[in-house]
Design a protein around this ligand. Structure first.
Ligand code: URQ
Ligand code: ZN
Ligand code: ZN
Length: 489
């Protein structure tokens, strides 16, 4: 398929300029003013619109088996809803059960994702440790295009890993030139508080937030960064939700540690009052981890994005319908954790970020697409508008408005955490590898059109950083015959 996007203003993370974009064979073939459309090519009139790189959501969980059920959004419906909101690529998660093969799990998720309507990639979770895991991490990086490994410090008794596993996995990832990402909550503290609260007879959704106070995230974020620092390894902290974690990341970055922070659109605009909703179903629909926070944490997250101390935005799109959430009717620890947002992330970010004056349009592109592409090493194939880049583009209407509702969204879930929010800024058209998949409210995604995106490792760069850090290490002893200390190997 080919398409000419004409008359718009192109906005990338680096620049803004008037230009037409011609796409064919899945890539951007030409950028310029007054381009002519070859016969038969679809023309999208972008007059008055911004032409931006399609959004990249680096954190989703389509059809995730979790807490005794399976997330209601699948790879086709989820990537379709994403397109309706201007997002053209997701990075989802392969999460092996502890004790099972990472590669077998990767194959299983690859099967599920065959139905995707737009491009996708996978972080692979390290949920246990053994020589087999070490070996499979190598195979996944060398043969399957995986350059990021996820670690859950929460979910005790399920997928939580301890400091020992973090050290082993981070060291292995460093050898491979892969990036480690982390869900930073102290799972032991959560478990302890859960038991205390249940013992006090607190069983409702409010117990979920009470069992995960900000300190539980702040401690885990500091601990995982300290562990990474010991090894000279970079680390990416997902769904940063508190000022404690945001401040710890800013301090680590100021000290020269390569740390990245991700913020969910939901945590930027929704606060913990939702857990006091008298309607159990509404409160339970907002149960996710980390939970929604007191409002003052939102300013710290916005400050992190504006200052560049936090780099990406995501949704952690992990949907459960009311009957699924009701599994925890009498015990909040059994409410499946997760909320949706993939269709609304870009509009919410534009409305609360750009329209409010916090962010420029170029900064919006950086945090909604470019940074994720660069951090996870698919730039400039993804995350920019350039000749040769994949034709993943959103024609953005900066003045358009819409009211968010589960009644009208394309997500396969019966609740929308942004319900009723009037937002300015919306996708007028979305192009996925040169195919117009969304245009003026018409969703034209094709099941199975999405492709798996391989992400090469960073070996040279990370190894250099680790070596540099090791060289600073005072332990290098100038004694005859002393062993050379180099933890980066
Ligand atoms: O923790 C996650 O990121 C997954 C299991 C989705 N659920 C959630 O509450 N964030
Ligand atoms: Zn998480
Ligand atoms: Zn997640």
């Amino acid at each position: 398929m080919s398409v000419l996007i004409r008359g718009g203003e192109i906005v990338t993370a680096e620049q803004r300029f008037r230009g037409d974009v011609y796409c064919a064979e899945g890539v951007i073939q030409g950028i310029g003013v007054g381009l002519e459309a070859p016969a038969g090519v679809e023309v999208v009139d972008a007059g008055g619109m911004l032409v931006m790189p399609g959004g990249i959501d680096p954190h989703t969980h389509m059809e995730l088996p979790f807490m005794g059920t399976v997330a209601s959004e699948d790879f086709f419906t989820g990537t379709s809803a994403a397109a309706a909101g201007g997002t053209t690529m997701i990075i989802d998660f392969v999460i092996p059960n502890p004790g099972t093969s990472l590669i077998e799990a990767w194959r299983t998720w690859r099967g599920w994702a065959e139905k995707a309507a737009a491009d996708y990639s996978f972080h692979v979770a390290v949920t246990w440790w053994s020589e087999q895991v070490r070996e499979e991490m190598g195979i996944l990086t060398r043969e399957h295009g995986v350059n990021s490994f996820k670690h859950f410090m929460a979910y005790k008794g399920a997928i939580m890993v301890d400091d020992g596993v973090l050290l082993q996995s981070f060291a292995r990832a460093l050898e491979l030139g892969a990036l480690c990402t982390v869900h930073a909550e102290n799972g032991e503290a959560v478990f302890y508080l859960q038991q205390r609260l249940l013992g006090m007879g607190i069983t409702g959704p409010e117990g979920h937030a009470l069992s995960r106070p900000p300190a539980v995230e702040g401690e885990a974020a500091q601990r995982v960064m300290a562990i990474a620092r010991v090894l000279g390894a970079p680390v990416y902290i997902v769904h940063v939700s508190t000022r404690e974690a945001a401040a710890a990341i800013a301090e680590a970055r100021a000290g020269g540690h390569r740390v990245y922070g991700e913020v969910l659109a939901q945590h930027l605009v929704i606060d913990e009052s939702v857990y006091r909703n008298p309607d159990w179903g509404v409160a339970a629909a907002h149960v996710m981890s980390p939970p929604f926070r007191p409002k003052q944490h939102q300013e710290a997250l916005w400050a992190g994005l504006v200052s560049g101390q936090l780099q990406t935005t995501a949704t952690d799109h992990c949907c459960f319908c009311a009957p699924q959430k009701a599994m925890g009717r009498n015990d909040f620890t059994r409410i499946p954790n997760g909320t949706g947002g993939i269709e609304d992330r870009m509009s919410v970010l534009w409305h609360a970020g750009v329209k409010s004056g916090r962010l420029t349009a170029q900064e919006f592109v950086r945090i909604s697409s470019t940074n994720a592409a660069q951090i996870f090493n698919v730039y400039p194939r993804k995350g920019t508008i350039a000749v040769g880049s994949d034709a993943d583009i959103v024609v953005w209407d900066p003045a358009g408005t819409r009211r968010i509702s589960a009644k009208t969204h394309h997500q396969n879930v019966d609740f929308n955490v942004f319900e009723g929010m009037e937002v300015q800024g919306l996708a007028q058209a979305t192009v996925s590898r040169g195919n117009v998949v969304w245009r003026d409210g018409d969703l034209r995604t094709v099941r199975g059109a999405g492709r798996y995106v391989e992400r090469p490792c960073f070996a040279p760069a990370f190894a250099a950083i680790a070596l540099a850090n090791a060289a600073e290490r005072p332990m290098a002893v100038e004694r005859e015959g002393a062993p050379e200390v180099n933890l980066a190997r």
